[in-house]
Structure formats: C-alpha cells, structure tokens
Design a protein around this ligand. Structure first.
Ligand code: FAD
Length: 404
C-alpha cells in the first residue's frame, strides 16, 4: 500500500483535532490512508504483532481530543474511504464507506427526496464513521431521533484484525444482543468502522425557519409547550443563552432558532443569528476554555441556568447553547489567568448532572482530558466496559490512552 506519509507537516496536522488538544508530533511515526477494509485488516494485524498503537482519525473535528495520539503509534485516517457503495430507493437503505460526510450522503439522497437526519453542526465536514463513534446526533435528533435509530449495519475491523459484518441489510433486527450498537459512541476503542449502512426517511416537504429572542427562560418553555399542544414538533429547536449573546452580539437575550415543517407565524423571521458558528466564535473570547456537552431533563434548565450565572465573574464565564428539545447543552467555561475556583466549578457541574441522573456527554464523547470525570460517572459499569474492550481489542492497540 502506498497511501502513507512520514512527512513532518502531516505529523503535526494529524497530531491534533478541533479540540486543539495537540499531542507531540514526535508521537506519530506514520500516517496511513487505507482505501479498503482488507488494507485496514492488514495494518491492524501488522501493528498488533508489534504492539504498535493505532490512533483513528475521521475528519478530526472532535471537540474532546478523542482521536489525538496520547503516545507513540501510527495514525490511521479514513479520509480516502468516502464512497457511496449501494443505495436501494425501494428499501430505503444506503451503504457507504466510513470517511464520507453526512452532508454528502444527504446531497445524494436529496435527489430522491429522502434524507438521513444526522446533523451535528459539523455535518458538512465530519465523517459518518466519526459521527457513529461519538454518537453525534446534532440539530434534528429531538424530532427524528439519534444516529442509533437509523444505523442498520456496519463492517468493522476489530483490534484483533478480524473483519466483522454486524447488524443486517434490513430495517429491523431482533437476533439477541445487537453488537453493532456497541460501536455507537465507542470512540474507536473497539476497532475501525469501515462501512456503514443506514435506513433513510422521506425529506420533510418544506422547512420554515424562525429566530426569536427572549429576555427570560420562562416564555421559551411556554412557546415550547404551546407548540407541543398544537402537535407541532419542530425539526430544530436550538437555544443560545444570554451570556453568549452578550459576548457575541452585545445584546442580552436568549436566542431560539426553530425549524418547523409547518408554519408557526406568517412571514419570515428578520433576526439573524448563526447558531453553527457559536462554538468556533467562543474560542477566541478568553485565553482558556473548558467544554462539556451535558445532557439532562430540560425541566432542570432554569436551575442549571441560575447555577452557571452564579459562577460568572470578570475573569470566569460559564455559558451554554444547544439542542433544547433533547436537552443537550454545550457548556463552556471561559477564563483568564486571574480566574479562581475552576475545578470547584467543574465539581459543581458534575454534582448537578449526577443529581439529575443526566449524562456528562450527550454527543461528543470524552477525551484524554475528561477521562477522570468519565471514570467517576461510570464507576459501577467500568468492569463491563473493560471486558467489552478486551474482547474486541485484547492488546489495547486502538486509541491507546483513551480506555477507561
Ligand atoms: C464547529 C463544530 C461543531 C460541532 N457540532 C457538533 C454537534 O452539533 N453535535 C455533535 O455531536 N458534535 C459536534 N461537533 C463535534 C464533532 O464534529 C463530532 O464529534 C463528529 O462526530 C466527529 O467526527 P470526525 O469524523 O471529525 O471524527 P474525529 O474527530 O476524527 O474522531 C472522533 C472520534 O471517533 C473515532 N473515529 C473516527 N472515525 C472512526 C472510524 N471510522 N472508526 C472508529 N473510530 C473512529 C476517533 O478515533 C475519535 O475517537 C462539532 C465540532 C465542530 C468543530
């Protein structure tokens, strides 16, 4: 196979991702760009014999550093595996390679008035293999459900170098434990996803887009419940909190972006707010940033909102934005050198999530920097998680350093 690079520039670029959690470029001895599952199986078997760790990169848009090397090893990129392999219009099933983006899958399906509702804000450039590995669901999951609702089968190369077809080429599956679901959110710890197969659904006929702003949370809940009572289930219902709009727009409002397939009000909204750009824009506000993608019962949002407001000082800001309907709130701490109580504030957020029986990550997964918190959150389940990992990857060569 000639798809590999030892080039210094490549080693620098592939040592980091969108989390800016770069590791030392010296860690990567090689970057490989396989094109087939057979090539991947060969690489895994070669590395397993030598005990060489393999780090897996989709498009590198992880916000947690999950795919960045934590020690010496090779980087395996799926970026050259980006083809649509099979599409059955009648069955509503599409099979692709793992390196393709959800945007390209949807461009293809669009011609047939079908779609796959996988829409993380990064959907134009993140890979579908990365989306499965992080359980990324994004904007429209509150209405259509997450990636697990659509995933039908996978072809994976395990950490042992075995080539497995899991799930089936059909919509329903009830043959005991469904192994393919173990790969959803598995962060490359069990093996490499090479091919994916999804069930797709008809595209909503027309989408109406609205942006509203509110001074308080109460009226947002009123609007949400009113829509529910009228049987309107928006395709998107995004929230950006008032601290963010103060920073980015100089206006102290909560912003709500709604996409619905029925008209809520005559006319279009005149407000402008680009929700997708919030994450990158926040990166430059303060020198330091800690991010969590918390998930909890939306009824607890007013309490959470007050909790974060109570933490804010001149040197420390706590803010959130995210997917209101399914209660995923991307939360960031932005701070400078003079900030105090940072770890105490992390602990406070952790305790809030634990008390509400929510999740510390709803869709991004975790990275080397958040392992300690994950270990705490998953305490009783760790023996099961470790056994599953060792079944697929007994020598711990897949994304070594990330296992709990
Ligand atoms: C501007 C921006 C907005 C974002 N918005 C959202 C959002 O709304 N919702 C959301 O959920 N996420 C969001 N993200 C985070 C990120 O895009 C997702 O986590 C995405 O799913 C990562 O896909 P990727 O291809 O870039 O994976 P990578 O970053 O390359 O890898 C992520 C993890 O998956 C593993 N992996 C990748 N491909 C494979 C494979 N084929 N087989 C096995 N393991 C693999 C990697 O080893 C790593 O552990 C955003 C990121 C950015 C930069």
């Amino acid at each position: 196979m000639n798809n590999m690079s030892l080039d210094l520039l490549y080693r620098i670029v592939y040592s980091s991702d969108a989390s800016r959690n770069a590791s030392k470029r010296q860690n990567l001895t090689n970057i490989v760009f396989p094109r087939t599952p057979e090539e991947i199986a060969g690489i895994v078997r070669y590395c397993r014999k030598r005990g060489t760790p393999i780090y897996i990169k989709g498009a590198g848009t992880s916000l947690t550093g999950a795919g960045s090397p934590t020690g010496k090893g090779i980087m395996l990129s799926t970026e050259k595996m980006d083809r649509i392999l099979n599409f059955s219009y009648v069955a509503g099933l599409i099979r692709t390679e793992a390196g393709i983006s959800a945007a390209r899958i949807n461009d293809y399906l669009n011609e047939h008035s079908l779609f796959l509702p996988v829409f993380p804000a990064s959907y134009k450039f993140s890979s579908i293999g990365g989306n499965i590995s992080t359980n990324a669901s994004g904007f429209e999951a509150g209405r259509f459900g997450g990636i697990s609702n659509y995933l039908k089968s996978l072809r994976v190369i395990t950490g042992k170098g075995e080539d497995l077809n899991i799930g089936a080429h059909c919509h329903r599956y009830s043959q005991g434990i469904d192994i393919k679901n173990l790969f959803i959110g598995s962060l490359g710890l069990l093996g490499i996803i090479c091919e994916t197969e999804f069930g797709v659904i008809p595209k909503p006929a027309r989408i109406y887009e609205y942006i509203f702003r509110f001074r308080q949370l109460g009226p947002i809940f009123d609007l949400f419940f009113k829509m529910r009572r009228k049987g309107i289930h928006p395709v998107r219902f995004e929230i950006v909190n008032d601290t963010i709009s103060t920073l980015l727009l100089n206006s102290n409002y909560y912003y709500i972006e709604i996409h619905a397939d029925s008209s809520l009000f005559p006319g279009r909204s005149h407000l402008k707010f680009d929700r997708s750009s919030v994450s990158p824009m926040l990166s430059s506000v303060m020198p330091y940033k800690k991010s969590f993608d918390l998930s909890f019962d939306i009824e607890a949002l007013p309490e959470f909102d007050a909790l974060l407001k109570g933490m804010c000082t001149k040197h420390f800001l706590a803010l959130y934005y995210g997917h209101f309907t399914d209660g995923i709130f991307h939360t960031s701490f932005l701070y400078d050198e003079k900030a105090v109580n940072i770890e105490k504030n992390v602990e406070t957020v952790y305790n809030f999530i634990a008390k509400k029986r929510g999740a510390f990550s709803g869709e991004h997964g975790y990275g080397p920097g958040s392992k300690a918190i994950m270990r705490k959150a998953l305490a009783g389940k760790l023996p099961y998680i470790r056994k599953i990992k060792s079944l697929f990857d007994p020598d711990n060569i897949m994304n070594r350093g990330l296992a709990l």
